[in-house]
Design a protein around this ligand. Structure first.
Ligand code: NAP
Length: 347
């Protein structure tokens, strides 16, 4: 397993991070614990979660994934062996009104309360990486195209959000701060405020990145490279589409996109077309599509860690094994041809 450092924090993490958003929904608590055990045995020391997990979010399961991780920490007594990343939701009063009775603006009171609740559920007294799950302002994330705006879009100032996070860092409750679903402007704004006001610099951007969505390469890759910030790539298999299992209209039983029809981000016709071509390349190079897709993300120079997800030990095994795969120059050229012809089919 290779390791990297989270920005300037000195925190060392494995280049594969274990995602957890199925635990408490598609996966039981004991399956989640099994995944943690297997991943740690294989050199993973990094787990990503969020207050709102599992996904899809529901009132009855809010916070359950963090509780599952907390129970594992309490049983295994391995807190010092694992780097925990979690997140506070952005504005979500219409979508998840049950979170803090609809109080989800990224203001000081909500952030302080969210941190305390996560610490309690995780049964720990510090969070290694605390991330803002999505921005307060209206901008391009979760696949939103175009840029419509009005004067009242801004909401709580980033200065207040960062100041609350800074307070938690000073109190020893958070070691480092990150953002998620952010844009180049958002990242630069956080960094500028940190530098001018003496607050913590963000160390990571957790954004989608996969063969079906390489939008990070335009804007954010340059910003983060020059600012010492790292990419935590989420959905490296495009919700499972980059295994090829949904091709030709197939809908395998118990698979995420069969169970939850609302998740359509990776199922467009251009995604299907690109996936077919990537499958053909993988077969030609004697790899599974999942492994080729994960190894591709793993090989990107701007990657800090790739957040994998699995619902079975077999999937987890296959995904962890991808960390040893080196993609040949010819294979990378083949991938570029598909990308050029059909770029970012699932932005
Ligand atoms: P993904 O790699 O795109 O999809 C993972 C899913 O694909 C698995 O749950 C499994 O689902 C299927 N799969 C995985 N490996 C497979 C294999 N070898 N063969 C066949 N099917 C396989 O990643 P993701 O789950 O969407 O995201 C990973 C993590 O990123 C999450 O747990 C979370 O921590 C983070 N995340 C963050 C955000 C954010 O907004 N910040 C958003 C999304 C995710 P099925 O078995 O159901 O098919």
């Amino acid at each position: 397993m290779e390791y990297s450092i989270l920005g300037d924090s000195g925190i060392r993490v494995s280049k594969i991070c274990l995602g957890s958003m199925t635990w408490g929904e598609q996966n039981s608590e004991s399956e989640g614990h099994g995944q943690l055990d297997m991943a740690l045995d294989r050199g993973v020391n990094f787990v990503d979660t969020a207050e709102m997990y599992p996904v899809p979010s529901r009132e009855q399961t809010y916070g359950v994934t963090e509780t599952i991780i907390g129970n594992w920490l309490s049983k295994r007594k391995r807190r010092d062996k694992i780097v925990i990343a979690t997140k506070v939701v952005g504005p979500a009063s219409d979508w998840m009104p049950y979170i803090r009775h609809g109080q989800t603006r990224l203001n000081q009171a909500n952030i302080l309360q969210a941190v305390e609740s996560s610490l309690t559920r995780l049964q720990t007294d510090y969070i290694d990486l605390y991330q803002v799950h999505w921005p307060e302002r209206k901008t391009n994330y979760f696949g939103r195209l175009g840029y419509d705006y009005s004067d009242d879009d801004a909401g709580v100032a980033v200065e207040e959000t960062l100041s609350a996070l800074s307070e938690c860092v000073r109190a020893g409750k958070i070691r480092a701060v990150g953002v998620s679903n952010e844009t180049p402007w958002g990242v630069m704004h956080y960094l500028h405020l940190a530098d001018t006001l003496g607050m913590p610099r963000i160390v990571t951007v957790q954004n989608p990145y996969s063969l079906l969505n390489r939008t990070y390469e335009i804007g954010l890759a340059e910003v983060t490279r020059n600012e010492g910030v790292g990419l935590l790539a989420y959905s490296p298999l495009g919700f499972g589409v980059l295994t090829g299992k949904y091709l030709q209209g197939k809908r395998p039983q118990q698979a995420r996109l069969t169970l939850y029809k609302q998740f359509t981000r990776y199922l467009g016709t251009r995604s299907q077309a690109a996936t077919e071509q990537y499958l053909e390349i993988a077969e030609r190079h004697e790899l599974s599509l999942a492994q080729m897709a994960l190894a591709y993300v793993h090989s990107r120079p701007f990657l800090t860690s790739s957040i994998i997800g699995a619902t079975s030990p077999e999937q987890l095994q296959e995904n962890l094994d991808s960390s040893h795969i080196q993609l040949s120059d010819q294979l990378l050229r083949d991938i570029e041809l598909v990308h050029k012809d059909n770029p970012n089919p699932a932005p």
